[in-house]
Every structure is written in structure tokens, then in C-alpha cells.
Design a protein around this ligand. Structure first.
Ligand code: FAD
Ligand code: EPU
Length: 348
């Protein structure tokens, strides 16, 4: 296990912002994770499991041990009607989707090109183009950090929701996801209800076509983190009550909205766009000129630039629509997770 002291996290997260951590180690097995937690000199230090860092903003230097997920391996078994994929947590998600489509294990194609590790996918129940991880998840294997026992959670136990799961709440900081199980039907059914996929021809359609189309849309719509630092949608799409929606809709008839579990989901990108914030910049951080929901590291942004820009976006959207935006991106402070509101409160 290689240990780097005072490491720069810049190559380890997609915002590409320089930020130090006390120690950085790559972990390849559950035993190595256990070793990190049991190392006497690290007993009092906070610890963080990192996948590809594609949903992270390090707001300060991290005064703890960052573990980079390198748990690798995948295997496939079959039953009468399903392919069952067992995937180690450190496997790259976009490569997994591409590989599964090439092998003829269909069902992941709508989730193509979402950056990150397989083991991170259940945390916010990754979703795109009408499919969420919960639709294909058979189980999630975790290592409990109190006992170091392994446990298998069913999808019901994971309590998946929109960009949400038990791993953000009751099990936050209590478990590490070491593997996931995916269950893919041998009877493939296309999922092309989501707007830009509706133009595909259902009669001749294959999973490869859906995969290609999703990749094409994403490449057109979303900035590539290899070229310009970003963490995807910076904010979640807000869910508001039907009553609040009716009032807003009367005022803004073109407001895009979708039915949600507890109300109506609005398109945060549209709200931000309507505030004329596309291209808005603070320091090196910018609201992407083509996709308002994505904040980018336009030119050597600092974490403070991103924080100040995010605060401006929230303020202006609230002032125009009375809708509160919540960030999807996870904020990591010096000793653990934090959030925009806590940072702003500490500054006032
Ligand atoms: P990281 O960013 O490394 O970690 C995220 C959080 O999970 C951290 O709190 C971390 O501590 C925790 N964590 C990571 N691994 C583990 C583990 N094994 N056990 C316990 N905790 C862990 N998301 C979508 O849902 N849909 C999209 O369409 C989408 N598009 C994106 C497009 C771009 C260009 C980018 C940059 C991001 C996009 N995202 C999208 C967000 C991101 O891809 C997902 O959140 C992804 O699952 C993050 O994976 P990661 O490995 O990078 O996690
Ligand atoms: N819109 C604008 N202006 C913008 C951006 C969007 O008006 O600048 C409008 C669009 O015209 C459309 C609506 O907002 O009417 C929704 O846009 P889009 O379909 O592009 O989806 P999104 O809400 O921006 C969500 C997810 C993405 C996911 C896509 C596809 C969230 C927070 N974001 O984006 O996930 O890939 O749908 O399913 O739910 C992520 O989570 O990081 C992410 C990229």
C-alpha cells in the first residue's frame, strides 16, 4: 500500500482544484481499508473514501487520510431470466457500461458515460435518461467500519430516492461500499421515454443504438472534465409541492417540470438560465455558458470561487422564484463533510 504525505488532490477529483490532504493511499482490498482504519498513527484522523472524485468539492485542505478506491474485479452468473453482475467497488462505471453492452448484458446503456466508480453509484443512486441505479441494483456489499464485518444490503434496505440513499443518511461514514450486484434482464426492453431519446425508432432499436445516442447527447450537452474541471450538475433539481408549483406555473408558463414522488420536480438548469446566469463568473469559476446547472473551473478557480459562485446562483434563483437550490456536489471540509449553508453561516 503506497502512502503519499501532504498530497495534492488535484489529479484525484474532476474539479481540478489544487487542495492538499494529510495522507493519500490507494486501497485494493477490504483488508487494506481495514489496515487504514486500524493504523495507530491515524487513529485520530478523519478518513475519506474517494472514487473518481467526480462529485466532490474540497473546500479546504483535508486534514485526514484519503483512500482512493482501487478494488477491482467483475464476474457474471446467469439464471433463467437474468444476467447477474458482481462488480468490485473500484471498477470504472463508464467502462463497465461500455463493456456490458459489448458483452450483450443489456440494461445499463442509459447510464453510459456517468463518471465515477461502481461503488459510488449507489450513494446518490446515479441516474440519467430515465434510468436510475435502483432499477438494475440487486444488492450492495458493504464493510461496516465499527466491526469490519461484511454485510449485503437489498435495494429496499438502500432506500434509494432521487439522488439519495441510506448511504447519505443513516449509513453515512459508517460503511464503505466494496461491491455491487446488478441484475439485468435477458429480455431487453428499451427505455426511451426521456425527451431526447424519444426520436429513436423503436422498431429497429438495439441497446447499442441507445448507448450510442446517450453518449452523443452527453458529449454535446455536458462539459468534459478532462478539458474543463467540473462535477456534473452542481445542484439537484428541486422538488416542490403541487401548490407551490401551480403558483409558479401561473407566473412562468414555460417552466419545465416533471412528476416526482413528493411533489413536482423543476429543472434547476432552467431556473438558473432564467436568471441570466449562464457565463456568470467569480474568480476562475463560471456557470457553464451552455448548461447552467454545471459550474466549471474556467481558469485556475479556487474552492472559494466555486463557493461564492454557488452562493450567488442560490441567492438569485431564490430571489426570482422563491425556490431553494440544494447542491448535489459533496463539499469536503478540513475534517469532514460540510455544505454551502454552513460555510456561509460561518462567514457571517
Ligand atoms: P466521488 O466523487 O469520489 O465520491 C462521492 C461521495 O461518495 C463522497 O462523499 C465519497 O466519500 C463517497 N464514496 C465514494 N466511494 C465510496 C465507497 N466505496 N463507499 C462509501 N462512500 C464512498 N451523476 C448522476 O447521477 N447522473 C449523471 O448523469 C451524472 N453526470 C455527470 C457528469 C459529469 C461530467 C460529472 C463530472 C459528474 C456527473 N455525475 C452524474 C456525478 C457523478 O458522476 C456521480 O455522483 C458518481 O457516482 C460519483 O462517483 P465517484 O466515484 O466519482 O464518487
Ligand atoms: N435547461 C435550460 N437551460 C440550461 C440547462 C437546462 O433551460 O442551461 C432546461 C432544458 O432545456 C430542459 C431542462 O432544463 O428543459 C432539463 O435539462 P436536461 O434534460 O439537460 O437535464 P438536467 O436537469 O440539466 C438532469 C440530471 C443530469 C442527467 C440529465 C439527464 C440532475 C441534477 N441532473 O440534468 O445528471 O444527466 O438530467 O437525465 O438531476 C448529474 O447529476 O451530475 C447529472 C449530470
Amino acid at each position: 500500500m503506497q502512502i503519499l504525505a501532504n498530497a495534492d488532490l488535484r489529479p484525484f477529483h474532476t474539479f481540478s482544484i489544487s487542495q492538499r490532504c494529510a495522507y493519500l493511499v490507494e486501497v485494493q482490498s477490504s483488508d487494506e481499508i481495514k489496515t487504514v482504519y486500524q493504523e495507530p498513527k491515524w487513529q485520530d484522523l478523519p478518513k475519506l473514501m474517494l472514487g473518481k472524485g467526480s462529485n466532490m468539492l474540497f473546500t479546504e485542505a483535508y486534514q485526514g487520510v484519503v483512500m482512493v478506491n482501487k478494488l477491482l474485479g467483475k464476474s457474471v452468473t446467469e439464471s433463467d431470466h437474468y444476467w447477474h453482475l458482481h462488480i468490485a467497488g473500484g471498477e470504472d462505471w463508464p467502462n463497465l457500461v461500455k463493456w456490458s453492452v459489448e458483452q450483450g448484458y443489456y440494461g445499463l446503456e442509459n447510464l453510459a458515460l456517468i463518471p465515477g466508480c461502481a461503488g459510488s453509484a449507489p450513494i446518490q443512486n446515479i441516474g440519467a435518461y430515465g434510468v436510475e441505479l435502483k432499477d438494475v441494483c440487486e444488492y450492495v456489499d458493504v464493510l461496516c467500519l465499527e466491526t469490519f464485518a461484511s454485510r449485503r444490503l437489498s435495494p429496499e434496505e438502500c432506500q434509494f430516492g432521487y439522488r439519495d440513499s441510506i448511504f447519505k443518511r443513516e449509513l453515512f461514514d459508517k460503511v464503505i461500499i466494496v461491491a455491487i450486484g446488478l441484475k439485468l434482464s435477458k429480455q431487453w426492453q428499451a427505455n426511451i421515454e426521456y425527451g431526447p431519446l424519444q426520436s429513436l425508432d423503436r422498431e429497429t432499436l438495439t441497446a447499442h443504438d441507445v448507448f450510442e445516442r446517450v453518449c452523443q447527447i452527453r458529449i454535446e450537452k455536458l462539459p468534459d472534465p478532462n478539458k474543463i474541471g467540473n462535477a456534473g450538475s452542481f445542484f439537484k433539481n428541486p422538488v416542490i409541492s403541487q401548490t407551490q408549483f401551480d403558483a409558479l406555473h401561473a407566473q412562468f408558463p414555460t417552466l419545465p417540470a416533471y412528476p416526482a414522488q413528493n411533489g413536482v420536480k423543476l429543472a434547476a438548469g432552467w431556473l438558473i438560465d432564467q436568471c441570466q446566469l449562464k457565463g456568470a463568473q467569480i474568480g476562475g469559476a463560471q456557470v457553464h455558458p451552455n448548461q447552467a446547472l454545471v459550474l466549471v473551473n474556467q481558469s485556475n478557480a479556487t474552492a472559494d470561487d466555486v463557493i461564492n459562485l454557488a452562493a450567488k446562483v442560490c441567492r438569485e434563483v431564490f430571489s426570482k422564484f422563491h425556490v431553494k437550490l440544494e447542491h448535489e456536489v459533496r463539499f469536503m471540509g478540513s475534517h469532514g463533510e460540510t455544505n454551502l449553508q454552513t460555510i456561509l453561516d460561518s462567514q457571517s
